[in-house]
Design a protein around this ligand. Sequence first.
Ligand SMILES: Nc1ncnc2c1ncn2[C@@H]1O[C@H](COP(=O)(O)OP(=O)(O)O)[C@@H](O)[C@H]1O
Ligand SMILES: [Mg+2]
Length: 195
Amino acid sequence: MTYLAKGSSGTVFIDPNDSTTVRKVFESARAYGREVGTLTKLHAHGIDDAIAIKGHDDRTKTVSLEYLPHTLEDLIVRRTLSPRQKKDILERLAWFLVQIHGTGTVHGDFKAKNVVVSGDMRTVKVVDYERSKRSDDDTDDVKKFKFMMVQMAFDLPYAKSYKGFAKYASRFDRAELLTMTDMLQIYEALSEARD
Ligand SMILES: Nc1ncnc2c1ncn2[C@@H]1O[C@H](COP(=O)(O)OP(=O)(O)O)[C@@H](O)[C@H]1O
Ligand SMILES: [Mg+2]
């Protein structure tokens, strides 16, 4: 199998029989259970921007998922996204968070590495649900989302913290700042549309 990535609780391979599918093999039964449980629930609610789950095997703790070739982190590092593409992606991700929080689910590890994107950049999906939990408190996801906005708006993949934003922002021109403001407004408008 073609090795793709090793994360904190699993290893991801491209399926040898199907190049549109990855297999994530878990070490922990608990993390496996969370990934399968949350993905099943989100799809039952019609939330299609959660990565598609094609199958799972309790015995080997393996989940089969739709494969999208880029991570958002790579696209930020390589600076391949236009302002328009950034805005579209952030809009979709904001809507994704509004939808999952609406079902009482917190992603728990929301970041650019856990967002995957298709070759034509039109499909954006969120992976990695092993730290997901039930909660009414979506603060952590929201904080990370705002941080992701900063990374994308300013191509700053390794900026240390959201707090540093104000400092960085003052160095960039108004056009970029306007984009940033637009994005925050999109998120806030969508958050209010929750109920
Ligand atoms: N469906 C997928 N399509 C493409 N890449 C994926 C997919 N799922 C995971 N990956 C890649 O594997 C990495 C690790 O998977 P992830 O689900 O985040 O597990 P971990 O909890 O170990 O971080 C991701 O950051 C991403 O690069
Ligand atoms: Mg991950």
